[in-house]
Structure formats: C-alpha cells, structure tokens
Design a protein around this ligand. Structure first.
Ligand code: ADP
Length: 454
C-alpha cells in the first residue's frame, strides 16, 4: 500500500524549496539516490505487510483486504511515478499519492480494526515526506488531520491515534532538521572547496609569474654585463673609425684602393657601429642600467610625441587617441616615450590596412593607465609566453630584433609599474600599462607582467 507499499524516497535536488535554500549544491543524480535507499525503503512496508499477514493469519477477509490494498496501491504508485510524473508537476503527483495513501491506510485500518501495525506504517510514511517538494509541510498536516479524522470516526482507539501521530510528526521534524543540517554542512564544504581551488589557482599564477620574473631578471643581469663589456671596446672602435675617416677625408691625394675605403667601407663600418651601439643601449635599458634621472613630466605630451615618431609605422591604419586628464607624473620621460613608441610600432606592424590602433590615457587614484589597443593579428599563446624575452621575435630577419618589449618591460619595472597583455589571434591585442604617478624608491621585486590569451 502506499499505505502499505514502498514510499517514494526524497529526490535530492528535486524539490524547488530545497534548491532555493542551497543553490550551490550540485544536483545529486536522483536515480542514484533512489537506488541508494530503495532497498531500505522497501523493507519497511514489506515487514509491516508480513507482520499483518502473520498476525491475522486465518482471518482471511482481513488478510485479503490488506493484500488487495497493497497490490492496488503499489500499481497506482508505480503508474503515478513513472507516467503521471512526466506530465504533471511533482507537487501534484505527491498530493495524489498522499491521498491514495490516506485511502489505503483507512481501508486497511478499517479491516484490521485499526491495528497498531497499520498505525506504525502511518508514522513510518511521514519519514519519507521531507524533501519531495515545497508543499511538504501542508501535506504532512493534511495527511495527519485526514487520517486521524477518518480513524477516529471509524472507531480507532484515540490513544493509538495520538501516540503514532506524535511519533510520525516528530520523526518528520527530525528528518527535516537532519537533512537541512547536512545540506548546510555540505554547502560549507563546497564553498570551502571553491575558495581553496581559487587560492590554488592564484598561487599557480603567482608562481609562474615569479618564475617568469626570475628568468627576466637573470637575463637582465646578463644583458647588463654584456652591454658593459661591449660598450667599452665599442667606444674606442667608434672613435678610431671616426678619426680614420676624418684623416682620410683630409688627405688630398689618395691611392684608388684607399678612396674606396674612405667613400664606402668606413661609412658602412660607422653605420654598423651605430647599430651595435643602439642594441647595446637597448640591452642596458632592458637591464635598467640607464642613468636618466626621475623628473616630473607630462605623460600626454609624451604620447603625442610617440605618435609623431611612430607615424611612419601607423600611416596605413586608423589611429585614435583619447588622452584623459592625468596630471603630472614622475619618471624618466625619455624612457616612457620609448616604451610608447615601441608599443605603437608593434601595434602598427601587427595591424593591417584600415585596421585601428587606439591609445588612451587616464588617471586612477595614484596610478596612470595607458592602453594601447590594436585590431591586428593578435598573438598565439606561444608568442604570449615569450613576449618579453630579449631577442624573441616572430618578425622576418631584418625587421625585428626582439628587443622592443624586453626594453618596455625593463623600463616599466624600473618605474614600479605593471603591464597587462590581452590578445586574441585574428582579433587584436591590448597592452595596458599601469604606472604609479610617483614611482617608489625601490621598484617592486614582484612580477610586472600579466598575460591573458582569450
Ligand atoms: P620585435 O618587434 O623586434 O619583434 P618586440 O620585443 O617588440 O620585438 O616584440 C616581440 C614579438 O611580440 C613580436 O615579434 C610580435 O610577434 C609580438 N608582438 C608584439 N606586439 C604585438 C602586437 N601588438 N600584436 C601582435 N604581436 C605583437
């Protein structure tokens, strides 16, 4: 019977009421929950039915009535759960099942003269009500009132009605409380797990940034050493070559073979020396060895100048600028200018005809933000990983040296600033520089770079 047949177990997560209390709880698989408690749920009614059959053995009308109720209600319950549940809401199904249960218990109670064995099943049923849907409490009340009214009207002993109703009612309250406590504990565990996962992710990111920073600072030290070693011999190579050219130019009569040196070989050599000096200067900037002093400067004026210098690389695209009120900023203005030129040139080189390169500045508290966004090629995750390494380039030989962003990194870090890069292949790239309006005495040791690939 639903009176004496298997009650349907509560389906975790199937009740809108329960869901709204603990929205973060993952939906348990109702099938699994059902299977998990089905065995015990079925044993209760079976034990009660067998007890009734044994107790009333020989009183065949009673046995047959109870058996008939059990068979009819089991079939009705199966039909309700398997078929009707697909067409109507859970609330409707459970209300119909509750009414059937009342009817079954009343018939069984009537034929067994309201034996305690029938009453025990009424109390037992109440244990299963919690969690089915949000109308459980009203349904429990209706269930108890109906059963008690019918039982008392049909001649049941009031003491039995009172005793088993109390048992069922408090059993229901306990189940409900235990369930909500368990859900609360589970919710907390899930929240803690989510927090832990977030912290772990943050730690992983910080770790990889620290490794990146470590790599860049050792490269910086090496670059500073190399720059220093090259700089000294280069200065006398340059001065000797200049002197030689000057001497040759002052010589009125020169043999043909030396004329070629004066007009072609030495000017080309000096051009080469200039390029080597430029690379050495870049390496020194990357290594933060540039001795320029900190001064107060106008950031927007530097942006305008950088736009003029990078003009030839931006000619083919649409350039937009939005320069906000940033006030005076302290730093090495020439270096910041170089950062802007490097980023604008890269943006221009990555952007196709009629693409857009946009530069904007704004103030945020004690920081200024400079955004350089382009609608160019974007970067692959591989390129993003190596972006700030000296000599990393994807450009053809002769076009890129791979020092531009290494220099940008060195300068921004030496100003205590940060660089965030976002890029999407085929969509474009955005470099966001954050510079303190007043750089700290000792720039951050922490990583200045944050890279996102979308
Ligand atoms: P270079 O420009 O000499 O290659 P950089 O250090 O300035 O050296 O840049 C390194 C690499 O980063 C470039 O070769 C390019 O692949 C990539 N890159 C930099 N800026 C952009 C950008 N705005 N869009 C796409 N790729 C970029």
């Amino acid at each position: 019977m639903s009176s004496l047949s298997t009650p349907s177990p509560p389906e975790a997560g199937s009740s809108p009421g329960a869901k709204s209390q603990t929205p973060e709880l993952p939906d348990a698989d109702p099938e699994q929950v059902h299977r998990g408690i089905q065995a015990i749920a079925g044993l209760g009614p079976l034990a009660v039915n067998i007890s009734i059959f044994v107790w009333f053995w020989g009183q065949w009308t009673k046995v047959l009535a109870v058996l008939a109720v059990a068979v009819v209600l089991t079939a009705a319950n199966v039909w309700l759960l398997e078929r009707l549940a697909k067409r109507v809401s859970r609330e409707v199904v459970e209300t119909v099942r509750m009414l059937l249960n009342v009817a079954g218990c009343t018939v069984s109670g009537h034929f067994t003269r309201w034996s305690p064995l029938v009453w025990v099943f009424i109390a037992y049923n109440l244990l299963w009500f919690h969690g089915l849907d949000r109308w459980v409490r009203p349904r429990v009340a209706v269930y108890l009132v109906l059963i008690n009214a019918l039982a008392l009207w049909d001649g049941s002993a009031p003491v039995l009605a009172l005793a088993f109703s109390l048992l069922g009612f408090f059993g229901y309250l306990l189940t409900e409380r235990r369930d909500s406590l368990l859900r609360g504990a589970l919710k907390k565990v899930l929240e803690q797990r989510a927090r832990l996962e977030k912290a772990q992710e943050e730690m992983r990111r910080m770790h990889s940034r620290a490794i990146e920073q470590e790599k860049l600072s050792s490269l910086g030290m090496m670059a500073a050493g190399v720059a220093h070693e090259i700089n000294n011999p280069m200065s006398f190579v340059a001065s000797n070559a200049h002197q030689l050219l000057k001497d040759l130019q002052q010589e009125p009569t020169l043999p043909e073979s030396l004329k070629e040196h004066r007009d072609e070989v030495l000017p080309a050599t000096l051009e080469g020396i200039k390029r080597v000096n430029a690379i050495v200067a870049d390496l020194r900037r990357f290594a933060r060895g540039d001795p320029e002093a900190f001064v107060e400067y106008d950031l927007n004026a530097e942006v305008r100048m950088a736009l003029r210098i990078a003009h030839s690389q931006l000619r083919h695209c649409q350039v937009e600028s939005e320069l906000g009120e940033v006030g005076p900023v302290v730093g090495r203005s020439r270096q910041i200018g170089q950062v802007l030129v490097n980023l604008l040139v890269n943006a221009g080189q990555a952007t196709a005809e009629r693409g857009v390169v946009r530069i904007s500045t704004k103030q945020q508290g004690e920081w200024v933000r400079i955004e350089i966004r382009d609608t160019g090629t974007g970067m692959s995750p591989e390129t993003l990983r190596n972006l700030f390494q000296p000599f990393f380039t994807t450009k053809p030989p002769g076009t890129g040296m791979g020092l531009g962003l290494a220099v940008v990194h060195g300068i921004v870090t030496s100003h205590g600033g940060r660089i965030a890069v976002e890029s999407q292949v085929g969509k474009g790239t955005c470099f966001l520089l954050s510079l303190p309006r007043m750089p700290p005495e000792q720039p951050y040791a922490a990583s200045a770079v944050e890279v996102h690939h979308s």
